[in-house]
Design a protein around this ligand. Structure first.
Ligand code: FAD
Length: 317
């Protein structure tokens, strides 16, 4: 069966959910091989990769790989593309993943498709554009197909398997080591999931009205186990930190459920959330453009509706 390389995203030895999603998708294309860059591949982590279908795990257990920014991961994948001749390479469409994918495409003289929301045998990538109104299916016609797939493109499904392990020594050039990580600062993320990985996102916009009022949005998010997002109007006003901005100049999210409260639905906001599976809009203006995109809409004051929604969710727990 054709080998499919999957670059593992991991933090402090823990495999991120998006990697399990990529392994699930990779199984529809061939035999998944996980690629672990850097130290920290514990027995538990490897068991998890096997549980989600990795038939093989390549491990480049060198601090050099993780101590330099992006380029060593590209070098590692390029080396494996050359030695293993995989049928495709999958990376997460995160900021780092997309950079790795772009560099790999140059190094291997291959075609790349970014922001895929699905993959089918071929391999063919599915992208969703124009507010989810058009689905585009694309195929790479040159080199080794490289796909950057958005988090939440699929639900991770366990499989059976025991992954074979292969240690890899990656040869890094001076250029690969040009940018070094000098410090890692752990973000206080609290109990909420990471915005780009969350299955549910509750976002607030100018309609929220103030920084204090964002507590209403946070309460609903916590009731649903969701991440909190914000429109640029809200982050520019200083009501919520910029790192939570969703949109063209913020984060791109593709959750199963996106709740937009007090957000008008400007094109720049849509750019960051239009591929969410289900969109719920709460807005007091029935003409707000967000309703063109929403699967479910509630016309009314978010300060009344959101607390009621939170109460209902809490009741059902
Ligand atoms: P508004 O457009 O002011 O909408 C507020 C909405 O809240 C209205 O629809 C109103 O009816 C509703 N409302 C008010 N009070 C209530 C209430 N009590 N209950 C319910 N509803 C209420 N924007 C982003 O979000 N992300 C980006 O990344 C981004 N990048 C940009 C990049 C560029 C280059 C430019 C030019 C703009 C960018 N913008 C971005 C800004 C974007 O154009 C909009 O200005 C912004 O998205 C508006 O945010 P909003 O929907 O919260 O505010």
């Amino acid at each position: 069966m054709a080998e499919i390389l999957v670059l593992v995203e991991h933090v402090e030895g823990e495999v991120k959910k998006v990697t399990l999603e990529l392994l699930t998708l990779a199984r529809t294309l061939g035999s998944p091989s996980a690629v672990w860059a850097g130290p920290g591949s514990s027995a538990d982590a490897k068991a998890r990769l096997a549980e989600y279908g990795a038939d093989k795990v390549y491990i480049a257990d060198s601090a050099e790989v993780s101590d330099h920014v992006v380029a060593p991961k590209t070098a590692l994948l390029a080396q494996l593309v050359s030695s293993a001749s995989p049928a495709a390479v999958l990376v997460a469409a995160t900021a780092e993943g997309k950079e790795v994918a772009g560099r790999l495409a140059i190094r291997t003289d291959s075609g790349i498709i970014t922001d895929a929301v699905g993959l089918v045998d071929g391999p063919v990538a599915e992208q969703s554009i124009f507010g989810g109104g058009v689905n585009v299916h694309s195929r790479v016609t040159k080199g080794t197909p490289i796909f950057a797939v958005r988090p939440n493109a699929t639900t991770p499904e366990a499989s059976t398997g025991a992954a074979a392990e292969e240690q890899v020594t990656v040869t890094l050039s001076e250029a690969d080591k040009a940018a070094k990580v000098v410090e890692r600062v752990k973000q206080e993320k609290g109990a909420r999931p990471e915005l780009t990985e969350a299955a549910i996102v509750v976002s607030g916009g100018r309609g929220v009205g103030s920084a204090e009022n964002f507590a209403v949005i946070e309460k609903l998010a916590d009731a649903l186990g969701a991440a909190v997002g914000a429109s640029r109007a809200a982050t520019d006003a200083g009501w919520y930190p910029h790192q939570f901005q969703v949109g063209q100049t913020g984060k791109t999210v593709a959750p199963q459920l996106y709740i937009a409260a007090g957000i008008s639905g400007a094109i720049q906001h849509r750019a960051g959330m239009q591929t969410a599976k289900t969109i719920v809009a709460i807005n007091k203006d029935p003409e707000a453009p967000i309703f063109e995109l929403a699967d479910f809409g509630v016309v009314g004051d978010l300060h009344q509706i959101v607390p009621q929604l939170t109460e209902e969710v809490d009741k059902r727990k």
